[in-house]
Each structure stands twice: as structure tokens, then as C-alpha cells.
Design a protein around this ligand. Structure first.
Ligand SMILES: [Zn+2]
Length: 189
């Protein structure tokens, strides 16, 4: 375990969104440029939560990186992880605009679904199998969370699920959105 860097700037939590647990980890979304992370890789300075998001007792320590892939980048990027020495929970940082474990951006997924639902054809440039899966999952999640009546308003259902912190195209029925952090020193390009 490495100690956190002194150069890590503090992060400010947005009050109305609580961290969500997934696989025992807290996922935090940060407003950072994916290109900057890609260019700088492990040199990139990630924001660090002031204290543990679960127990709030301790400062968190750096715990390596997770390699992740995104559609709009040729190679993988290292996403920062932190660990609380008190309760041992792991905190992962992700770029905002992406769901956990899904490589395509939220924007791409919504465009694909919008085109399929509205015009009855798939979005060019994204695999059909993947888009079919998103639609199937959206129908299932919409019905599960919002009820049958929303089946005729799937895109509105997508937005509504997002607002509730549910991944609309998730395979499993679980909330996995996490907290949004906005470091004061950076903004989304
Ligand atoms: Zn803790």
C-alpha cells in the first residue's frame, strides 16, 4: 500500500448524491479529461476524497490503479483507487459520463437507443449486438423500476432511471452510479 501523494488536491462532495456500493467498492465519478489521463497515465494527479466515504473516520490511502478501456481511446487508461485503512473499503475513481463496466459513453448509449426507438434502426459505428443488448436491458430495467406503463416511453424511462442513480442498460438490477465529485481545479473539456 502506498501513501497518498501530498500533491493530490482535495475534492468537494456534492451533497445530494451519496456514494453507492458495488462489489464492496465505492465508485466516485470525477470531472476529468480522459485525454489528459491517457496522456499522463500514472502521472496524472487524481483528486482525493478528504476522508473515507463509508465510515468517514479516516483519510484514504492510494491503492494502485485499475486499467480500464473506453471506446474513444486507442489504449487503456489507469483509474485511481484509494483504500480506507479503518474500514478497508476501496474507493475507485472514474471519469464522469461512463457507467461502470461499460466502455461506451452514456451519450453514445442514449443516442443509439434514441435512434432505435425513434427511427427503428441502429446507430452506425457501434456494434449491433451491443445496441440490441442495451435495448433489451433498458426494457427490462424500465419495467422493473418504473412499471409496465413506461414501456411506451423508453427514452424517458432511460432519463428517469439515470436520475434515480440506476444504470438503465445494466445487466443486473443494481444501482451503480456513485457520487459525482467536481474538483475545483479541473473541468470537463
Ligand atoms: Zn472507511
Amino acid at each position: 500500500m502506498e501513501e497518498f501523494s501530498r500533491t493530490d488536491p482535495p475534492v468537494r462532495e456534492i451533497e445530494d448524491r451519496k456514494p453507492v456500493s458495488m462489489d464492496g467498492a465505492r465508485i466516485i465519478f470525477v470531472c476529468v479529461s480522459l485525454k489528459e489521463i491517457f496522456d499522463q497515465q500514472r502521472e496524472f494527479i487524481w483528486p482525493r476524497p478528504d476522508r473515507c466515504l463509508r465510515c468517514g473516520l479516516s483519510k484514504v490511502w492510494g491503492k494502485g490503479f485499475v486499467l480500464a478501456y473506453f471506446d474513444d481511446l486507442a489504449g487503456g487508461v489507469y483509474l485511481r483507487r484509494y483504500r480506507c485503512p479503518e474500514c478497508r473499503c476501496v474507493i475507485r475513481l472514474r471519469r464522469q459520463g461512463y457507467f461502470a463496466r461499460i466502455q461506451a459513453s452514456i451519450e453514445t448509449i442514449r443516442s443509439s437507443l434514441g435512434q432505435c426507438i425513434g427511427q427503428g434502426r441502429w446507430l452506425a459505428g457501434s456494434s449491433r449486438g451491443r445496441q440490441r443488448h442495451w435495448l433489451k436491458a433498458l426494457i427490462r430495467n424500465t419495467v422493473a423500476y418504473l412499471g409496465n406503463v413506461w414501456k411506451s416511453q423508453l427514452l424517458e424511462g432511460f432519463d428517469r432511471l439515470l436520475c434515480r442513480g440506476v444504470v438503465p442498460v445494466s445487466r443486473s438490477i443494481d444501482p451503480a452510479m456513485g457520487t459525482v465529485f467536481e474538483p475545483p481545479y479541473r473541468s470537463v473539456p
